[in-house]
Design a binder for this molecule. Structure first.
Ligand code: PBG
Length: 323
């Protein structure tokens, strides 16, 4: 049957009718808020290219976490900015590293909030790469041990989940094994299984001071045109024991989120990255788009594509808007 019997507009006639047939929702429950923590006291340093995002000392971080908690957001993803960097990224796995201290402080005050830690070396290495370097090459296997040590040190500090973002082969297995060996078999891994070598990470690298000092990340992060490769990465990480799969970035990779959703039953997280956030903020500042409407449309689009979880710098605003 066709028009005029069929008229799809009948079910769009008013807000209550649309509510009745709405297929997807963005919920506060879906959100994870990324936060940047640094050494020092009582400082909240704005990230130029990401309005509303700061480098926070631990005392200020706690104030921000209070806000996260009061908005009902289930969890945060923590990134550390160390005072010193070196060629092995030792600040990443130091007993008293910035993340380890921050996690202890948060868990002390907010034991129920999910504290997820980014596991990577690039914020801690003087060369800015995500692994050890020899002769200009990022070493895979030698890096695994340091990533595993980092994950274990986060778990020891009280992290609820670890999120490796380095894209070394075999890191999920190395981290899973190390966590199990150290008595953390109940700490899940949320792997950045599908992480592209994207131009949308620019503002993050300003925020975290983690831009590579030479070359780029193309020898370990994925090539943006590839899709089948994403499914192979996910298959591999599931075999190695990841509990949740991250696809990153989100906006230019909605088809990848959908494909991962269709092919696997693990929870999928979309990482709505820094450059995506900055674009919205910039256009909204210019008065060219409506920030609230465009943001909610994008985040809901990620849900429709198949994401269960959305990691986003818009989380505080989105939570307020949803309420
Ligand atoms: C570290 C890491 C990056 C991001 C998350 N973890 C940057 C990169 O790979 O260069 C990007 C997050 C964002 O852009 O919001 N490996």
């Amino acid at each position: 049957m066709y028009y005029p019997v069929v008229r799809p507009r009948r079910l769009r006639s008013g807000e209550n009718m649309r509510r009745l047939v709405r297929e997807n929702y963005l919920r506060v429950d879906d959100l994870i808020y990324p936060l940047f923590v640094m050494e020092g006291e009582n400082t909240k340093k704005p990230v130029e290219s990401m309005p509303g995002v700061y480098n926070l000392t631990i005392d200020q971080l706690l104030a921000e976490v209070e806000l996260v908690q009061s908005l009902g957001i289930p969890g945060i993803l923590l990134f550390g900015i160390p005072e010193y960097k070196d060629c092995t990224g030792s600040g990443a796995y130091a007993e008293n590293g910035i993340i380890q201290k921050a996690v202890r402080a948060i868990k002390d005050k907010y034991p129920d909030l999910l504290v997820i830690t980014d596991v990577c070396l690039c914020e801690y290495t003087d060369h800015g790469h995500c692994g050890l370097i020899r002769d200009g090459e990022v070493l895979n296997d030698a890096t695994l041990e340091l990533l595993a040590r980092t994950a274990v040190s986060h778990a020891r500090a009280g992290a609820d989940m670890v999120a490796p973002s380095d894209m070394m082969d075999g890191r999920v297995q190395a981290i899973r094994q190390a966590l199990d060996d150290e008595g953390f078999s109940n700490i899940p891994v949320m792997a950045y299984s599908v992480k592209y070598a994207s131009a949308f990470y620019g503002p993050f690298r300003e925020a975290a001071g983690s831009a590579p000092q030479f070359g780029d990340r193309k020898a370990y992060q994925m090539d943006p045109p590839n899709k089948r490769e994403a499914l192979r990465e996910v298959e591999q990480d599931i075999a190695e024991g990841t509990d949740i799969i991250i696809v990153k970035p989100a906006m230019a990779y909605m088809d990848i989120i959908a494909a991962v959703r269709d092919n696997f039953d693990h929870p999928v997280a979309a990482y709505n990255v820094s450059g995506e956030y900055s674009m919205i903020k910039a256009a909204a500042r210019m008065g060219w788009i409506d920030e609230q409407k465009t943001t909610l449309e994008l985040l809901t689009g990620m849900k429709r594509a198949g994401a269960d979880i959305i990691i986003t710098y818009h989380a505080l605003d989105a939570a307020r808007w949803i309420k």
